[in-house]
Design a protein around this ligand. Structure first.
Ligand SMILES: Cc1ncc(COP(=O)(O)O)c(C=O)c1O
Length: 311
């Protein structure tokens, strides 16, 4: 994955890619107190458009707030900075990574450090690959448990917490799977290493409730789209074996978008390929992100004024 661009926005300045560095003694590097977002900008017929940018920036500020610090920029300022970063880098589509890191002395008191904010952009194709979008990905229930919501803050995208996701994802891929499904401390299905999870049974769609998961913005979008398509969406605790007997499973996330799951723990899910409900939800999701859905205007923030688009 080439994560390159011409510039990275760093606290109001556009810094050339090679010079966008952070000091080796930042507390964020040692202990993980940072925050980040993952956002996608898609090609639409009105130019580049960022999917649910406001909601992502609200969650970014919330992550920092949950950590006990405050973001020095308003949502409006972060939106404008994102638009400018995309324009400055001439991207028609891209992945967007706002992040917060700390500058200050090494130590465990957050109040000794200052908050720094950056926004990076780069081209990033389907997270689990083009093939997984069509054929489905293979998942395993991880032997690593999802963090308890009283020891880690499950509603925040705090950097250090992603070690839990990285342990699970790495173990899954070393075992030959594409993705890990993590159970919560009570043993119910929580989410994947970087995605929320949905099960289809009959004409109903099920997903774990918000208590122990990241409140995914794609999750919320997909729930709305499922309802637009006429499927009832039920949030309730889900057991591991409910995964095995689902007609279909799909996962949602900014990186993975809407990806079917064809197999869990060596058990075929449904027909072992993308199911009809998943296909409909996926199609509507991509129509919406590309500006062709009934909810596109509501959910897409147009970047505007891109040189390539104007010419
Ligand atoms: C642990 C976890 N769950 C779920 C998601 C999906 O969230 P979203 O749809 O907002 O990208 C992500 C990705 O951000 C994640 O890291």
């Amino acid at each position: 994955m080439a994560m390159e661009s011409k510039y990275i926005w760093m606290d109001g300045d556009f810094v050339p890619f090679e010079k966008a560095t952070v000091h080796a003694l930042s507390p964020t590097i040692h202990y993980g107190p940072g925050a980040f977002e993952g956002i996608r900008c898609y090609v639409t017929n009105k130019g580049p458009g960022v999917f649910r940018l406001r909601e992502h920036m609200e969650r970014f500020r919330s992550s920092i707030h949950i950590l006990g610090m405050e973001c020095p920029y308003t949502v409006e300022e972060l939106i404008e900075a994102t638009h400018e970063t995309i324009r400055k880098n001439d991207f028609e589509e891209c992945y967007i990574r706002p992040f917060m890191y700390l500058e200050g002395p090494l130590g465990l008191n957050l109040d000794a450090s200052e908050v720094r904010i950056s926004i990076a952009t780069w081209l990033w194709g389907p997270y689990l690959g083009e093939e997984a979008l069509e054929q489905g990905a293979k998942a395993i229930v991880s032997s690593f448990t999802r963090m308890h919501h009283n020891s880690s803050m499950t509603k925040a995208k705090i950097g250090g917490q992603y070690v839990n996701s990285m342990l699970a994802k790495t173990l899954a891929t070393r075992q030959g799977f594409d993705e890990a499904i993590l159970l919560d401390p009570d043993g119910y299905v929580a989410e994947c290493s970087g995605e929320n999870i949905f099960l289809v049974r009959g004409d109903k769609v099920y997903t774990p409730n918000k208590a122990n998961i990241l409140e995914g913005i794609t999750r919320e979008s997909v729930m709305t789209l499922c309802e637009d398509l006429g499927y009832e969406v039920i949030e309730e605790p889900i057991s591991r074996d409910q995964l095995y007997i689902a007609d279909e499973i799909f996962i949602s996330g900014t990186a993975a978008e809407v990806t079917p799951i064809s197999e869990v723990d060596y058990r075929k899910i449904g027909a072992g390929k993308r199911g009809p409900v998943t296909h409909k939800v996926q199609n509507l999701f991509f129509e919406t992100t590309h500006g062709k859905g009934a909810r596109s205007d509501e959910w897409i923030s147009m970047v505007g004024n891109l040189k390539k688009v104007q010419s």
